[in-house]
Design a protein around this ligand. Structure first.
Ligand code: ASC
Length: 153
């Protein structure tokens, strides 16, 4: 009985240590920026599925997704990219050092996302046919930044 209890306690302690080691113990700004990119990907996915006919077109859902992408595109990025949080500095991020070496270029890409998002927002509720080009433009804005500023997986 005692042995079992001790074993259990040890196993629990080991599990807790393991969790601590594996937990994404990332700085808050890094978690925040990854969260915003997740929100973008989720909503781009909703729109992409409708654009490709994989999901039925739903004007309200399309508008909601586009509005959300616009909202995220308005987040000021500087506080989410503090010095010392590139992939060279910490594990768990793919943000390349180029972001800090060329902040203006990075900011320009983020602004490109904002422009594509605003265009998409204008047409999202007008019908399925409008989604393809607008979503394509948005995906292009994502990719343009990733090509330069995001490390491969
Ligand atoms: C996504 C996603 C990206 C972009 C990119 C567009 O849904 O997660 O990183 O679109 O693939 O080119």
């Amino acid at each position: 009985m005692k042995f079992t209890a001790t074993s259990f306690a040890m196993a629990t302690a080991v599990a807790a240590l393991g969790t601590a080691a594996f937990a994404q113990d990332l700085p808050a700004p890094v978690k925040a920026r990854q969260g915003q990119f997740n929100i973008l990907a989720i909503n781009l996915g909703i729109l992409g599925d409708m654009a490709r006919g994989k999901a039925p077109y739903d004007a309200e859902a399309a508008q909601g997704a586009a509005d959300t992408i616009v909202a995220v595109s308005m987040i000021h990025e500087a506080p989410l990219f503090p010095e010392g949080t590139s992939e060279m500095d910490i594990d768990g991020t793919r943000a390349k050092a180029e972001i800090w070496d060329d902040w203006d270029g990075f900011a320009e890409k983020w602004s490109g996302l904002g422009q594509a998002a605003a265009s998409l927002q204008q047409v999202a509720a007008t019908g399925q046919e409008a989604l393809g080009p607008a979503v394509g433009q948005l995906g292009g804005a994502c990719k343009a930044c990733h090509d330069t500023y995001r490390a491969p997986e």
